[in-house]
Design a protein. Sequence first.
Length: 373
Amino acid sequence: MAAGADRSGKVWKSSARLADGRQIIYFDESPGLGRAAVPDGRNLPARPEGGSVLRFDPLLREWIAVAENRQDRTFLPAAGQCPFCPSRPGSPTEIPAASYDVVVFENRFPAFSGAPGSSQDAGPPGLGAERPASGRCEIVCFTPEHDSSFARLSPRRAATVIAAWADRTEVLGGTAGIEHVYCFENRGEEVGATLQHPHGQIYALPFVPPRTRQLLASARAWRKGSGGNLFDDVLAAELADGQRIVARNEQWTAFVPRAARWPFEVLIFPALRVPDIAALRQPAQAALSELYPDVLRRLDALFGTPMPYMAVWQQAPASDAAARDELAAHLQIMATRRAPGKLKFMASTESGAGVWSNDVLPETAARMLREAC
């Protein structure tokens, strides 16, 4: 089954179950590899039912996940014990096959799990509101090469990752009770990554997260005041100014936002607005597979050492037709090193008050990134 395509050909999707019942999905760049037929020979305990809960914060009107089960998740394993490398004789991992191109599987230690119920429609939450943290958490392994990174992926492999994101966004977004699909990568111990293998995650959430709600509120206020689309107008303004452009092709523009919060924050906007990754056409997917790794390589080249970052897809809620007409899917990269040996932290003003300060002028950051490669 073809899950997506790039200039080199199709991506073939096959699915199986791990020893404890979790789903694993292979996205292969060639047909007939039979990777999903390789059994998981581990003796894993059955997955516990439930465990995580959502508690409502009435002060900020936000849902908070409490997931005690994640305390036991794998933390910086020793060399040769990475659970995301392919299995070897005598050393089984989360991926039973001896190799893979891109693979997606349910997280063994999820913050969200189980079929969403109807409690999200029970009216405005009150004090003490609590419900199961239903949803789904998935791992996306970008490559079998443990010491690689997204920046070092070929355009072909990057396109396969994008095809996997698109597939999972469409499938999870169409699941009853799922309100939002959130794809992201944490890279580096400095931002809390507990496994070094190149990978990202996908959260299928039973609510629309605060950042997305804020983006939509801003877009609606902008349309009411100007009559235009906020994302189209922001992109047009950046192209007209030009100072903060980092890289560009016919389908995408990467730029440092004028009011960047992080020292080397980069937004990657599509030329043609779409609501989510699943709506990207093949030319846009192919163009992104070249531009995105290029931007990441520029970040790594800034200070001669791998840049810790958080990369996230901001996209429209799965079931809100009006929002899907308004919000433009885009990539946001939040790089946390501000100078050699110096990190940017969310200190008291950022964490407690939501008031950010940035030590690097966005125009300077963009120039440094343009000159980095």
